[in-house]
Design a protein around this ligand. Structure first.
Ligand SMILES: CC(C)(COP(=O)(O)OP(=O)(O)OC[C@H]1O[C@@H](n2cnc3c(N)ncnc32)[C@H](O)[C@@H]1OP(=O)(O)O)[C@@H](O)C(=O)NCCC(=O)NCCS
Length: 310
């Protein structure tokens, strides 16, 4: 539970102690939120720039601004409670969408809205708009899965550079420069139209910390492939299962996959256990299918049909 959820609980208690639930409909709360926001505006009504500058050092003004801001937040939390919105993950998801809509290289120092921002390639607005509408986020109790943004690179590289993480990967498969290439590839896939490949950044819902990635890729003919990776500190806590469930559900329900499969080293017991936990069945094994670290490795194919997914 985060601080917002705790505040929400206190607000519900405060409301119920006074039998105010009857008045706190979603409509009334939205009206109240806007009235409170107008009270913030009222503080500066008719003030000149010079008066505003003087007010910023005035403790009495600051105290009034603090009260009005608090009222706005408290009504916003009540709107979210009534509307069934989990505010922190929703805000994180919106920030991720904004980062895609306003990439630093296009938005730096510009107050233009995304639709108005000039594009160097002359393709004016369509790409920006399409990107914003195609950004997908998935929410689970503990996680928020969103598209990758360039700022994810240091955290993504750090988790892949961990020797314990790299144990079952070939030398140049993950980490170092390869992390940057992978991240660029995930962002390119997110910009493809129609979009068929989704490699989500897996982040903690409360803190926004990047803990891994999880993806599903449509391969034509109703077939899709699935993959997941979590940094070592976040393994063994059921987080991979939580992320995988959301992504596989998205693959079947939203992308319309008929069969989703994963391929993993046969010695990757954690990956196979995870897939089995999701109801996937081993369909076969390729002998000596991969070569790295001076030896051959078998790989296992494990899959699930949409009719088996619940
Ligand atoms: C594959 C990988 C994602 C699996 O992750 P994981 O941490 O084993 O999976 P989960 O997060 O679901 O954790 C499951 C474990 O947490 C335990 N657990 C703890 N709390 C839990 C909870 N609330 N819910 C479910 N399981 C929980 C489970 O009992 C299980 O432990 P067990 O295997 O000893 O029974 C992970 O090993 C990884 O990222 N490896 C490196 C990348 C990789 O190999 N990817 C696959 C390439 S194909």
């Amino acid at each position: 539970m985060n601080d917002f959820s705790r505040l929400q609980q206190d607000l519900v208690r405060f409301r119920d102690e006074r039998d105010w639930k009857q008045f706190h409909t979603l409509k009334n709360l939205i009206v109240s939120l806007n009235l409170e926001a107008a009270e913030v505006l009222e503080l500066i009504q008719w003030k000149s720039d010079a008066e505003m500058e003087a007010l910023q050092g005035d403790p009495a003004f600051r105290a009034r601004l603090e009260d009005e801001c608090a009222d706005v937040l408290l009504y916003l939390l009540q709107v979210c409670e009534a509307g069934g919105i989990d505010l922190l993950p929703a805000a994180r998801a919106k920030m991720a969408k904004n980062a895609l809509r306003y990439p630093v290289e296009r938005a730096w120092g510009s107050a233009a809205k995304a639709e108005d921002a000039p594009r160097e390639d002359g393709r004016e607005h369509d790409a920006g708009r399409a990107m914003a509408t195609a950004a997908v986020t998935l929410s689970t109790p503990r996680l928020l899965l969103r598209d990758f943004v360039p700022g994810d690179l240091p955290a993504y590289r750090a988790l892949q550079d961990d020797p314990a993480f790299r144990r079952l990967y070939g030398e140049d498969e993950v980490g170092g420069e390869r992390s940057a290439q992978l991240l660029r590839m995930f962002m390119d896939q997110a910009a493809e139209r129609p979009r068929t490949r989704y490699q989500f950044a897996v982040t903690m819902a409360g803190s926004g910390e990047l803990i891994g990635s999880c993806g599903v890729r449509m391969e034509g003919g109703g077939q899709a492939s699935f993959g997941i990776e979590l940094g070592v500190p976040w393994q063994g806590r059921g987080l991979a299962t939580e992320a995988a469930r959301a992504v596989i559900g998205f693959g079947f329900r939203t992308l319309g996959a008929h069969r989703i499969h994963a391929e993993t080293l046969s010695e990757n017991a954690a990956a196979i256990a995870l897939c089995r936990r999701l109801g996937m069945r081993v369909e076969g094994e390729f002998r000596d299918h991969r070569f790295f670290g001076g030896r051959w490795w078998n790989t296992t194919i494990i899959a699930l049909l949409s009719s088996e997914w619940q």
